[in-house]
Design a binder for this molecule. Structure first.
Ligand code: ATP
Ligand code: MG
Length: 473
């Protein structure tokens, strides 16, 4: 078959062939080529050892302890080209990493240790002499954009091509064995199924359910990365549903699993779904307007404190008082557990903690300013998206006149920002009370008062402020 490849890939292939080493394109690239997708990630497999590879390319370097060699990508947004010596793996006593990785002798051995059928295919370049020479003469040094059409033979020992056609995720060989070797594959199956919109083949899915608890052996960073990829995909709702049905949610986010089946239908109230189902629908709707995985995650887990605050009154009304406070506490724990960055954690916390914000038209401007400050200006758009997701996910209309008014007022109050100049006293007052001359001290005192007013420690009233100045140390 003819395959379009960047000239740098062609160069790598040529270099190997000239020195007589076998070289194959492997992994996700082959899958993506067969699916007609663009490839961002070129992986190669060869019999040459890392040291031998390093000798061939002057800019090559080791990328990990298993001896994968990287070659920088001239396009900075794309991953380096990675060349890995054939491997065989022996025994996995911890469902985490092989006890021993050995250099393999054949491509077949290498493909056998890979996770899913279409990730275990390879493209073998046809011999140099058969190649399309005229393309080569057009080659330039910075030619990522220029793709060449080269002849390759597809090697597909596990019928990956057929599974692509049928849109199936199928483990290579015995699925139980594959998942017990490496628990990360459990998440990879869900993640790749979500990204590609594939169905997980029955036996493979059953094996995920049976082995779900093995995910706990995998580092939380890697689990988080896979979860974020699910959330970032165009179909996070389907992905998270799969995550739940596979039993992985129970392992990774047990607090979320508990929200399913928690009733919230009350006489005269709008809720039609249980908490978990409502949360999933909220995620589905927020994803239509916001692609940030943290915002999507916040929307998914915004009601995670509801099971703990559930109360059913005598008249059948169900309440969840202060659930946003409990939710926010739980969310902090989850963010720590999954090793979120401080920035991600802060955003997640604020979105969940303040998601119950009121849009009552009787709120004062300062109440609105307080809201902006608590949520953080940079998160306000996301907070509103979460609200729309929450509304739609509860069967309500996308918006209401109150919400629209609220949005307009948020813009208005930001036009008149509350600054130190809005204090009810001026620098002159400070100088008079303290008996000091103009200088930096005056500004410092004003800043201090401003901060206390913003924090609601004191009122912005002239007499209160004058009094406070006297008591400043
Ligand atoms: P993507 O690049 O979209 O994340 P990918 O399938 O290319 O998906 P990589 O992490 O780039 O994933 O891995 C490259 C190849 O290495 C895979 O295609 C697969 O053949 C193999 N592989 C990766 N992780 C595992 C694993 N946990 N178990 C077995 N094989 C794996
Ligand atoms: Mg890849």
């Amino acid at each position: 078959m003819k395959v379009e490849i960047p000239s740098k890939v062609e160069e790598i292939v040529d270099k190997f062939e000239q020195t007589g080493y076998e070289i194959y394109i492997v992994g996700g690239a082959v899958r993506d080529i067969l699916m007609g997708k663009s490839v961002y990630d070129w992986d190669f497999a060869t019999k040459a050892t890392p040291d031998e590879i390093l000798k061939l390319f002057k800019d090559a370097y080791y990328t990990n302890e298993f001896g994968t060699v990287g070659i920088p990508n001239e396009n900075k947004d794309e991953r380096p080209y990675e060349i890995t010596t054939f491997r065989t793996e022996h025994g996995y006593s911890d469902a985490r990493r092989p006890d021993k990785v050995e250099w393999g002798k054949t491509l077949e051995e290498d493909l056998k240790r890979r996770d899913f059928t279409w990730n275990a295919m390879a493209l073998k370049p046809e011999h140099e002499s058969k190649r399309v020479k005229e393309f080569k003469s057009e080659k330039t040094k910075t030619t990522q954009a220029l793709t060449l059409s080269s002849p390759f033979t597809l090697i597909d020992p596990f019928a990956g091509q057929e599974d692509i056609k049928d849109k199936l995720v199928r483990a290579v060989g015995d699925p139980n064995e594959r998942f017990s070797e490496d628990g990360l594959r459990l998440m990879r199956a869900i993640r790749i199924a979500t990204e590609l919109m594939f169905t997980i083949e029955e036996k493979t899915f059953e094996a995920i359910r049976v082995n779900a608890s093995l995910i706990n052996k995998i580092s939380k960073e890697r689990v988080r990365d896979e979860l974020f990829k699910i959330l970032k995909s165009p179909n996070p709702y389907e992905g998270i549903l799969l995550f739940k049905n596979s039993g992985l949610m129970q392992e990774i986010l047990p607090e979320m699993e508990k929200t399913f089946g928690v009733e919230q239908k009350s006489p005269g109230r709008h809720h039609i779904y249980d908490v978990g189902t409502h949360s999933l629908y909220s995620l589905k709707h927020v994803a239509e307007r916001n692609s940030d995985p943290v915002v999507r995650f916040a929307t998914l887990i915004h009601d995670i404190g509801k099971p703990q605050t559930f109360k059913k009154l005598g008249n059948g009304t169900i309440t969840f008082y202060n659930h946003e406070i409990i939710s926010a506490q739980i969310v902090k724990r989850i963010a720590d557990r999954l090793r979120f960055s401080n920035k991600e954690k802060d955003k997640l916390y604020r979105l969940v903690r303040y998601h119950q914000f009121s849009v009552d038209e009787r709120q004062t401007d300062s109440a609105l300013r307080r809201f902006l400050r608590k949520v953080g200006l940079e998160n306000v758009g996301d907070m509103l998206d979460l609200r729309v997701g929450d509304r739609l996910g509860g069967g309500a209309r996308e918006t209401s006149w109150r919400l629209e008014e609220f949005k307009k007022r948020l813009i208005e109050v930001q036009k008149q920002p509350f600054t130190v100049h809005d204090l009810k006293i001026k620098g002159n007052d400070v100088m008079k009370v303290l008996g000091i001359e103009p200088g930096p001290m005056v500004g410092k005192v004003l800043d201090k008062l401003f901060e206390e007013v913003v924090e609601k420690k004191i009122e912005n009233e002239k007499s209160v402020l004058l009094n406070r100045i006297k008591n400043l140390s």
